[in-house]
Each structure stands twice: as structure tokens, then as C-alpha cells.
Write a protein that binds this ligand. Structure first.
Ligand code: IPE
Ligand code: IPE
Ligand code: MG
Length: 255
């Protein structure tokens, strides 16, 4: 009976959400969704089964983030280094958006979610890019949570390209080295219209950034869990939020 009640309460997250403070919700949460391959291998399944299970988890966490008032959720889905993986695995990952968007777009629209992508479009197979761009176009006027996929994203390439653009502007006499500011750099990154992440979550127990938002994470709070991404639940997500709310962000000053 008790279990049943718990299940009922859990169904709308009332229990887990109850002690989250509405005034101190991270504006931008970024997640390095890691551990899909190990999740599958642990079950004797091919790695791609883990990617599929991981895809199935995206909407649930998006809704959970939206429910507590997170404004931007960035999910690291494919890095510029992930092209090094076996061809079959890369092909599978590149096809996932074609399954994800037709399956989830209606509910995401209902929730007023705006889809975005941070990454280089030119390397993405045309059929995949088409569904991503359709989803972006369909949701561009939504003003709820921004669900931003870091897809074919890498921070060093991003910074290198920003440097190239800035040097070009200097060559053209539009900017002097002395005028160059942090704002100039931020405005030349792919994330120019997004605030820096307040909270970074990485699943699967790995304690590294793997070329993710090196500039943008300068003062973000980091939170790690051993759980593999397909096992990452709303409850664990809210645990990270509660811990975030207990932290004191000093930015080098004193509080
Ligand atoms: C994360 O899971 C998804 C991608 C990097 C595309 P992994 O595929 O890295 O899973 P593990 O880390 O090998 O378990
Ligand atoms: C980081 O995970 C990239 C994504 C989650 C998309 P990886 O599994 O590629 O990172 P490493 O290789 O363990 O550093
Ligand atoms: Mg990994």
C-alpha cells in the first residue's frame, strides 16, 4: 500500500520537487549525457541499444527541467571527437534525430519548448540535418524552455573559429587588440545568444569535460553522478538541483 502511494505521488514528481526553492533554480543546465555504451554492455546488448535508451530519456528530463522553471537545457549529444567511433555507431547516432523528433515533437510543442542546436551543421548528413532544422523551425516561436542539443559540438573548434573571426576583424581594422573584451569572445562563440550554464551535470562517473564549453563553464557548478544516462531519472535530476541550491557561488568574491 505504502509503495503504491509512493508511486502515485512520484507520478507527478510532487514528492521530489517539494523542497526545490523556486527562486534559485539554475537558469541554464547543461548535461554531458554519458554512459550509454556501458549501460548497454552491462545488459549484454550492443552499444547502440544504449544510445536508443538514452534518446528515450531526453523528453522525460526536459519535462522535469521545464516543470521547475529551468529556462535552458543543453544536452551534449555528439562531440566533434565522436566521429572517431566505429562507422556503424556514428551512423546510428546520426540517425537518432530522425526517430526522436517525429516521436516527441508534438509533446515538446505542447510544452512550449523551443528546440535549438549548437554545433557545426556542415558535417551532419542531410537527412538528419533536415529533421533537426524542421524541429527548430517548428518551435522557433515557442517561448518556454530552450532545449539545446550540442550536436557535433567541440569547444576547442568553437574557440578557434572565434579567434579566426576576431583576428579577421582586427585585420580589417574593425577592432583593436586593446578593445578585445570577454564580451567580444562570448559573442563569437556558437552560444552567443545563450547565458553560460549555471549547472553542469555529467553522468556515468567520468570526471572530465571532454571538450565541452570550456569558456562558458568558467564559473558553473559541477555535479557528477555514477548513473549511466539511460538510468538518469527525474529524481536524480532534482537531487542535482537541490545540491545546486545549497551551493554558494562566490565568483572569486566573498559572500
Ligand atoms: C554517451 O554515451 C553518448 C555519446 C557520447 C554519443 P557513450 O557512448 O559515451 O557511452 P560510454 O561512455 O561508452 O559508456
Ligand atoms: C562526451 O562523452 C560526449 C558526449 C556525451 C556527447 P564521450 O564518451 O565522448 O567522452 P570521453 O571520450 O569519455 O571523454
Ligand atoms: Mg562516453
Amino acid at each position: 500500500m505504502k509503495r503504491f502511494f509512493k508511486k502515485l505521488v512520484g507520478a507527478n514528481n510532487a514528492e521530489e520537487k517539494s523542497d526545490i526553492t523556486a527562486t534559485n533554480v539554475p537558469h541554464h543546465v547543461a548535461v554531458i549525457m554519458d554512459g550509454n555504451g556501458r549501460w548497454a554492455q552491462q545488459r549484454g546488448l550492443p552499444r547502440v541499444a544504449g544510445h536508443h535508451a538514452g534518446m528515450k530519456n531526453v523528453k522525460k528530463i526536459t519535462v522535469a527541467a521545464n516543470d521547475i522553471g529551468v529556462k535552458v537545457l543543453t544536452l551534449y549529444a555528439f562531440s566533434t571527437e565522436n566521429w572517431k567511433r566505429p562507422r556503424d555507431e556514428v551512423d546510428f547516432l546520426m540517425k537518432l534525430p530522425q526517430e526522436f523528433f517525429p516521436l516527441e515533437i508534438e509533446e515538446l510543442i505542447e510544452k512550449n519548448v523551443q528546440i535549438r542546436m549548437t554545433g557545426w551543421k556542415e558535417d551532419i548528413p542531410p537527412h538528419t540535418l533536415r529533421v533537426v532544422e524542421e524541429a527548430i523551425a517548428k518551435t522557433q516561436h515557442n517561448d518556454g524552455l530552450i532545449l539545446n542539443f550540442a550536436f557535433n559540438y567541440g569547444s576547442r573548434r568553437e574557440m578557434l573559429e572565434a579567434m579566426r573571426q576576431l583576428f579577421q576583424e582586427m585585420n580589417e581594422g574593425k577592432l583593436t587588440p586593446k578593445e578585445l573584451s570577454e564580451e567580444h569572445v562570448s559573442k563569437h562563440l556558437l552560444t552567443s545568444d545563450l547565458p553560460d550554464p549555471d549547472l553542469l551535470i555529467r553522468t556515468s562517473g567520468e570526471l572530465r569535460l571532454s571538450n565541452f564549453m570550456l569558456w562558458q563553464l568558467a564559473y558553473s557548478e559541477f555535479w557528477f553522478t555514477q548513473k549511466y544516462w539511460p538510468d538518469f531519472t527525474e529524481e536524480i535530476f532534482y537531487e542535482s538541483i537541490r545540491e545546486y541550491q545549497r551551493r554558494v557561488r562566490r565568483y572569486g568574491g566573498l559572500k
